[in-house]
Ligand binder design. Structure first.
Ligand code: C2G
Length: 132
């Protein structure tokens, strides 16, 4: 069983996120998503997700590619997670290219091309401009 792990906030879930999860799952048999908690978002990522951790977790667990959702509470937990969950591959979008290469001594690290033309920021901006 080839186990994949990935990390993210996955807020305002969109097809770019789904495409990442789909490609990540295609690399193995079991996909673990470490989902940024509300505190981690606020304190370390400077983000305020629209949906709470519990709401984002519920949505991710409904995705066919996702087998397990765990909390991402800090930047340092990745090595621990890879060992604890026996991850063979850590996958993340190439906006992080090179940032997690130190994990190569524990597992394969793969940076996948981001899906162009969609982002949470774009959604928020487009909604602000939209006049329904
Ligand atoms: N993503 C993508 N294409 C997009 C938008 C996002 O492939 N158009 C990918 C990102 O590269 C990431 C995943 O979807 O792999 C989740 O995106 P975010 O929630 O924005 O992740 P981020 O906030 O960058 O968190 O410790 C790592 C961080 O938790 C990553």
């Amino acid at each position: 069983m080839k186990r994949i792990i990935t990390y993210g906030t996955f807020d305002l879930l969109h097809y770019g996120h789904i495409q990442l999860l789909k490609r990540a799952k295609a690399l193995g048999d079991y996909l673990i998503v470490a989902l940024s908690t509300d505190d981690f978002n606020a304190l370390a990522k400077g983000k305020k997700a629209y949906h709470s951790y519990e709401e984002r977790k519920l949505m991710l667990e409904a995705i066919r590619y996702v087998d397990l959702v765990i909390p991402e509470e800090n930047w340092e937990q990745k090595k621990h997670d890879i060992v604890k969950y026996h991850a063979d591959v850590m996958v993340i979008g190439d906006d992080w290219k090179g940032k997690f290469d130190e994990l190569n001594d524990l597992c394969e690290v793969i940076y996948l091309p981001r899906t162009e033309g969609i982002s949470t920021t774009k959604i928020r901006k487009d909604l602000e401009k939209a006049t329904y």
